[in-house]
Ligand binder design. Structure first.
Ligand SMILES: [Fe+2]
Length: 156
């Protein structure tokens, strides 16, 4: 087994957002299991507002600050670059469908929750580690300062 990679402190603000996103995704699981019953339309509105008001800024921070230097090192066709953009696009579509989609609201909520949870785990286990390995110290410092200036995208 390979040793876990320590998260670079300059990327920690993004990991903080991830914790909030996992917490929101868990709200769907708790509602589905009956632990924290919720009315599905109101939960869908609440999570759509979280996405539009907070998590979308986190996506943009990753796309603006991390992605360009990463692409400069590994190339635009690298599987992790393609996968990142695929997952962000999929989640944007699922988030829009929370309030505007067709069919059962619970199914749309579960699809969003499952995608968010898998996405956060993938970024933390795969993409952030690759970013830390590919980027120079100077590049990581520039990112860290930009993230500090912007503040957290997601509120606890
Ligand atoms: Fe992320």
């Amino acid at each position: 087994m390979t040793a876990p990679v320590r998260r670079d402190p300059r990327l920690v603000p993004l990991s903080h957002d991830h914790h909030v996103a996992l917490f929101r995704a868990r709200e769907v699981v708790l509602a589905v299991d009956g632990v924290q019953p919720q009315e599905p339309e109101s939960l869908a509105r609440h999570l759509a507002a979280f996405f539009d008001g907070e998590l979308v800024q986190h996506f943009e921070a990753e796309e603006q600050h991390l992605l360009p230097p990463f692409v400069a090192h590994v190339g635009v066709d690298h599987p992790l670059v393609v996968e990142l953009m695929r997952q962000h696009a999929e989640i944007r579509t699922l988030a829009a469908a929370l309030t505007d989609g067709e069919g059962d609201v619970w199914e749309r909520l579960k699809a969003w929750s499952t995608a968010i949870t898998a996405h956060v785990r993938w970024e933390e286990r795969e993409w952030f580690n690759a970013v830390q390995e590919a980027l120079t110290e100077d590049e990581l410092t520039v990112i860290g300062e930009a993230l500090k200036r912007a503040g957290p995208s997601c509120k606890v």
